[in-house]
Design a protein around this ligand. Sequence first.
Ligand SMILES: Cc1cc2nc3c(=O)[nH]c(=O)nc-3n(C[C@H](O)[C@H](O)[C@H](O)COP(=O)(O)OP(=O)(O)OC[C@H]3O[C@@H](n4cnc5c(N)ncnc54)[C@H](O)[C@@H]3O)c2cc1C
Length: 400
Amino acid sequence: MKNRNILISGASIAGPTLAYWLRRYGFNPTVIERAPALRKGGYKIDIRGAATVVLERMGILADVERASTDMRGASFVNKANKPIATMSADFFMGREGDDVEIMRGDLSGMLYAATCNDTEYIFGDSICALVQDNDGVHVTFERGESRVFDLVVGADGLHSNVRALAFGEEAAFIRYLGCYISIFSTPNYLNLDHWELFYNAPGRLANMYSARQNKEARALFAFTSPPLQFDRRDIGVQKKLLADAFAGVGWETPRLLEAMCDAPDFYFDSMSQIQMDRWSNGRAVLIGDAGYCPSPASGQGTSLALVGAYVLAGELKTACGDYNTAYMHYEQELRPYVEQNLTLGQKMAKEMVPDSQTQLWFRNQMMRMLPYLPWKGLITKSILQPLREAANAITLKDYQ
Ligand SMILES: Cc1cc2nc3c(=O)[nH]c(=O)nc-3n(C[C@H](O)[C@H](O)[C@H](O)COP(=O)(O)OP(=O)(O)OC[C@H]3O[C@@H](n4cnc5c(N)ncnc54)[C@H](O)[C@@H]3O)c2cc1C
């Protein structure tokens, strides 16, 4: 086996999953994470279709199912908090079979626990330069001593550092989908019981759901906007952008925005995709959001990260570490699945935050009538079909 020493940037979902499989195949991965410790925050995320097979082959699907959010359902409400339409959680999130919903931080913690005993993790550092030659990749870090690795993998998310260093500026690959999204913890002051509420105004979406066995809640806000210029590290500025966007919108938004001030886990980003013609450059390669973020609207980012990590590790094993062959096959195996999910993400982003009162009215009427329509099965199927197809658009090889 060649090229055993592999540096992975990012310890969220894609990074630890890749470390797990590489280790199992006899490679020697090191994971570097910019945050000082594993990041616990984030929304509830769905794992669907092919991605559940990855968790099953890792032997952690049952644990993930035990930690599932157990949401029962969702209601779309009006300004006075009266339900317009109510539906079951499985229907609403398009889940079937082994599909499961879990808090992002819980999944990340499980993947870390499955790898931390035999994988070197470095927290609180970041790569600042990569120089490739025939011997490997010479890596300079912001804090630690320089080291040489055989391969470098970017699993460092939408704003990937490895992508910027090995492929060029983010602007060449990021496609803004027209809205911003924010998520943070809040007290469950409405006493929601495994339930979530959605309130829409034109160009605005506010969502609140119970979490951690109803002991807490999470708020999600999304709003349409032309691209905004802001410092991604300045949380104060991001909180102000959100508060301004929701000023006067009503429903529970004033109270939720008040809770935002003390939230320990505020998350704010553009709803964007990463679209690239190739995911490798020499010894460097990208997985997960770093290479093909489908956007949170797709509900498929975590599944793509799990599947991408599994396929890359498997192809490296099959090619005995020959990265040229492995990267080529990784790309061939994954590309159709990724493309289908990117298309899904674009469609879902448009539907997530209707921009006009008319669009909202039609959507609300549709949701209200759906349970009573004789052909509701057909309509439901046609709404959920693209998601199910995208989630299953790859047949995973058994690399063992
Ligand atoms: C704290 C957090 C909260 C999130 N919340 C949501 C959410 O609520 N809803 C949603 O749809 N998606 C959310 N995401 C994104 C979601 O996790 C991903 O879409 C998906 O799981 C793909 O995972 P990934 O591992 O490819 O990328 P990510 O989950 O984005 O992970 C990237 C990792 O790389 C690290 N990193 C970034 N830059 C560097 C660097 N220079 N050096 C080293 N490490 C670096 C980050 O700290 C992070 O741990 C969140 C991500 C994070 C990190």
